[in-house]
Ligand binder design. Structure first.
Ligand SMILES: Cc1ncc(COP(=O)(O)O)c(C=O)c1O
Length: 426
C-alpha cells in the first residue's frame, strides 16, 4: 500500500512540474544524480527554484511553497534578509578577493567571543565541516593522542558522518563511536583506551541523526569525563547555536573547550568557525610553541565575513533568538499532538524539529534505525501538495520570517498529510 501510494505521489509530483523535470534530466548529464548535495536528492527529482524571498520559494513551474526546511538550518533569517543584502552590496562596491585582511573578520570574531564565553579566540573556515576538521586536529595535537570519541548518528560534515554501518566518505580518524545519551558507554570507552581519546566531539542535540535532544545530564557528564580523562570536549554547535544568544551551551550551562559554528551565521554565505580556549587556539598562532599552519583561501571570504557581521550585529539579537526558540518549542508540541494520533512523533529542540513515523521514545540514533521511513517520504510529498516544503526525511526548521499564519498553514497541512501517510503505511 505504501509503495503504491508513493508511486502515485511521485507521478502526481512529476506531472505538475514539467520544467523542473526537464532541468533535472539535463543536470544529470553533468552532475552525479543531477544535484550537488546528496541531501537535496529525492524521488522523482527535486524541484528547481526560480525565486526565493522571506520564507517562500517559487519553482520554475510556478508553484510557491512556504519554506519549513530553511536550507537545513542555514536559512534562519529567510531568503532575503535586508541587513545581509546591504552588507553584501557594500562588498560589491568595495571589492573582494583581497589576498589580505579586510577587517570584517576581526569584528566577527569579537562578536562571537562576546556571545560565547567559552571562546577566547576564533578561526574561520569556509564550512562547518572544515571547522570540525580544525577542532579535531587542534584537540589531537594538544593532547598528543590519536583517538576521537563521537556518537552514532553524529553528523559533523560531509567527511565526518558517524552512522554505524552506513558507508561514508569519512576522513579516516581513529573514531570510537558510542550511543548518544549513553554516559556509561563513554565511561567504558575511556576505561578501555586510557590516555588515547584526545577529543570528544558532540552535538548538543543530535541534529541530522534525528533531532534527538540531549538527556539533562548527558553533556555535563561528558564535561566531567573529559576533565577526569584529560580529553578535549568539543561542541559542534553548527545547528544548535541558534538556541540562544550564547548558543546551546548557554542554555545547558556546560562550557566546552572548543565550539564549532557554521550555517545560518553566514546569512546564507559559506561560513564556518572554530573557537575556544586560548591554549588550544594558540597552536595555530604564528610564533607559538607549535605554530601549526592552517590556511584556506576562503577562510576570510569577504562576502561571508560581511554577511556574518550583519547577522551578528543586527539580526541575531538575544530577544529574537529567544522568541524563535520558544516558537519552536510551541510548534513542536502542537505538531507532536497532531502526529501522535497517527502513530508518528515530533522530536527536537527549540526551532529544530524532526518528524518520525513511530511513537516509541527516541533517545539515540539506533532507536530510529529499523523504522520504515517511507511514510515520512509520503508525508513530505503530501506537504508539498499543500504548499509546504520540509526536509525529505522529516526535518522542519523555523526561520524568522515565518509567522503565526504560516505556522497555522504548516499545522493544517501536517494534519491532513499525516492522515494520508499513516493510512498508506498501516
Ligand atoms: C551539526 C553539523 N555540523 C557540521 C555540519 C557541516 O557543515 P557544512 O555543511 O557547512 O560543512 C553540519 C551540516 O549539516 C551539521 O548539521
Amino acid at each position: 500500500m505504501i509503495t503504491h501510494a508513493l508511486e502515485n505521489a511521485h507521478r502526481r509530483y512529476a506531472e505538475k512540474r514539467p520544467l523542473s523535470r526537464e532541468r533535472h534530466a539535463r543536470a544529470r548529464n553533468f552532475l552525479p544524480s543531477g544535484t550537488t548535495r546528496s541531501v537535496l536528492d529525492f524521488d522523482p527529482f527535486p524541484f528547481t527554484v526560480e525565486t526565493a524571498a522571506d520564507c517562500h520559494l517559487t519553482d520554475v513551474d510556478g508553484h510557491t511553497y512556504v519554506d519549513y526546511l530553511g536550507d537545513y538550518s542555514v536559512g534562519l533569517a529567510g531568503h532575503s534578509p535586508e541587513a545581509v543584502r546591504q552588507a553584501v552590496t557594500a562588498v560589491l562596491d568595495k571589492g573582494w578577493s583581497l589576498g589580505t585582511v579586510a577587517g570584517e573578520e576581526a569584528e566577527v570574531a569579537r562578536m562571537l567571543c562576546e556571545r560565547y564565553p567559552s571562546m577566547d579566540l576564533v578561526r574561520f573556515t569556509p564550512s562547518g565541516t572544515e571547522a570540525n576538521l580544525v577542532a579535531i586536529n587542534l584537540a589531537l595535537k594538544f593532547t598528543g593522542r590519536s583517538k576521537i570519541l563521537v556518537f552514532d548518528g553524529g553528523y559533523h560534515g560531509g567527511f565526518l558522518s558517524f552512522s554505524r554501518g552506513r558507508p561514508s566518505l569519512n576522513v579516516p580518524f581513529d573514531a570510537v563511536i558510542c550511543d548518544y545519551n549513553d554516559l556509561d558507554a563513554v565511561r567504558e570507552a575511556f576505561d578501555q583506551w586510557p590516555e588515547q581519546i584526545g577529543c570528544v566531539l558532540v552535538e548538543p542535540m543530535l541534529g541530522s541523526g534525528g533531532r534527538i535532544q540531549a538527556a539533562p545530564d548527558f553533556l555535563q557528564g561528558l564535561r566531567t569525563l573529559c576533565d577526569e580523562n584529560g580529553s578535549v570536549l568539543a561542541f559542534d554547535e553548527v545547528q544548535t547555536s541558534r538556541m540562544s544568544y550564547g548558543g546551546g551551551q548557554a542554555l545547558l550551562g556546560v562550557r566546552p573547550d572548543l565550539t564549532t559554528l557554521g550555517k545560518y551565521i553566514g546569512g546564507g554565505f559559506g561560513f564556518g568557525a572554530v573557537g575556544g580556549a586560548e591554549p588550544l587556539m594558540l597552536q595555530i598562532a604564528r610564533g607559538g610553541e607549535h605554530s601549526y599552519d592552517h590556511s584556506g583561501t576562503f577562510n576570510n571570504n569577504r562576502f561571508s565575513m560581511a554577511a556574518s557581521a550583519a547577522m551578528l550585529s543586527t539580526v541575531l539579537t538575544p530577544s529574537c533568538l529567544t522568541e524563535l526558540f520558544e516558537r519552536g518549542e510551541d510548534l513542536r508540541k502542537r505538531a507532536d499532538a497532531v502526529l501522535h494520533e497517527h502513530g508518528f512523533q515530533a522530536t527536537g529542540w527549540g526551532s529544530l524539529i524532526g518528524i518520525h513515523p513511530s511513537d516509541t521514545p527516541v533517545v539515540r540514533a539506533s532507536d530510529l534505525a529499523g523504522i520504515d521511513r517511507r511514510p515520512v517520504e509520503l508525508l513530505f510529498h503530501e506537504m508539498l501538495e499543500r504548499g509546504v516544503y520540509i526536509g525529505k526525511s522529516g526535518f522542519v526548521t523555523l526561520s524568522l520570517p515565518q509567522t503565526a499564519e504560516t505556522d497555522d498553514h504548516f499545522l493544517t497541512a501536517l494534519e491532513s498529510s499525516v492522515r494520508v501517510a499513516a493510512r498508506a503505511g498501516a
